[in-house]
Design a protein around this ligand. Sequence first.
Ligand SMILES: Cc1cc2nc3c(=O)[nH]c(=O)nc-3n(C[C@H](O)[C@H](O)[C@H](O)COP(=O)(O)OP(=O)(O)OC[C@H]3O[C@@H](n4cnc5c(N)ncnc54)[C@H](O)[C@@H]3O)c2cc1C
Length: 292
Amino acid sequence: MKLFAGLGKIVENDVPLDRYTWMGLGGKAPYFVQPTTIEELAEVARRCRENEVPVHVMGGGANLLIDDAGVRGAVVRLCQGDFQSVTRSDIGLKAGAGADMGKLVLRCVRDGLAGLESLTGIPGSVGGCVRMNAGGVFGDIGNAVETVDVMDDDGRVFTRHRDDLAFAYRSTNITAKYIVGAVFRLAEDDPHRILKQVKQIWIYKKNTQPLGTRSAGCIFKNPRGLSAGALIDKAGLKGRRIGGAVVSSKHANFMIADTGCKSSDVLKLINVVRETVYKRFEVYLELEIEIW
Ligand SMILES: Cc1cc2nc3c(=O)[nH]c(=O)nc-3n(C[C@H](O)[C@H](O)[C@H](O)COP(=O)(O)OP(=O)(O)OC[C@H]3O[C@@H](n4cnc5c(N)ncnc54)[C@H](O)[C@@H]3O)c2cc1C
């Protein structure tokens, strides 16, 4: 493997991606790279750029639908080694891009640090959550971000500060390819109070979302002032099935991948939902999930 010569420890070939996504779907990646240090990532970034290999950066795979045919180029998954680290900083917590969001919320409870409760029940990695400005009715991750460390295609690392970062609905102004870590500004608080809040949000999610099923969370963004789920529900699409893909009966903006589901089933169902909602309400639903 000339392209990644000397990096055999972190590079695998023809890896099925279904096992790395919450939907459990997707074909293979010719190169599947899991760097464990900044230096390894910098080397991978440089080699991919020099050899014009397209790169897909993956975190927890909770917001992805990957084509049955797989992807071209390299999938770089930042969830190993140093990227999982979480340490205290003078203003809160410093987390690597690969730190698990659920574990980070629990760490905040344990350490009595308030500010990330709104991320309760949102699966994924710190990098993916920052990239998506993950959140919802209880708040978004951007509210707590103080700095973000990013890496460009040349392997150079930069720190972006709160005053030049913009977080909007499921988006940010971060354009660098790789998010390698973030510092969160958190407030010292009573762990019992934080835990109470986390439990309340968890119960809300459990009651309103089909947790424990294979999904990618909300498929569509909420159109301004409207709820995508409510529109899909009003269009009578709850329970609509194509192959193994089903519109959840619990939350109409979730699609569940049942046994035997293929990505192509989900793609067809997305089109049916979009067309039906458009015909009924003249609202075009934009995707929240990312399709590779
Ligand atoms: C059951 C369920 C419930 C959910 N509920 C919510 C919710 O309430 N609110 C919400 O906002 N989302 C929700 N989601 C979606 C998902 O949890 C978020 O979008 C989350 O931010 C995805 O993080 P990830 O690490 O899995 O990213 P991935 O799915 O791996 O990637 C998502 C995007 O981020 C990019 N990315 C990932 N890591 C990095 C990195 N280190 N550097 C640069 N780019 C990167 C990817 O290239 C891709 O563009 C839910 C998903 C599920 C399955």
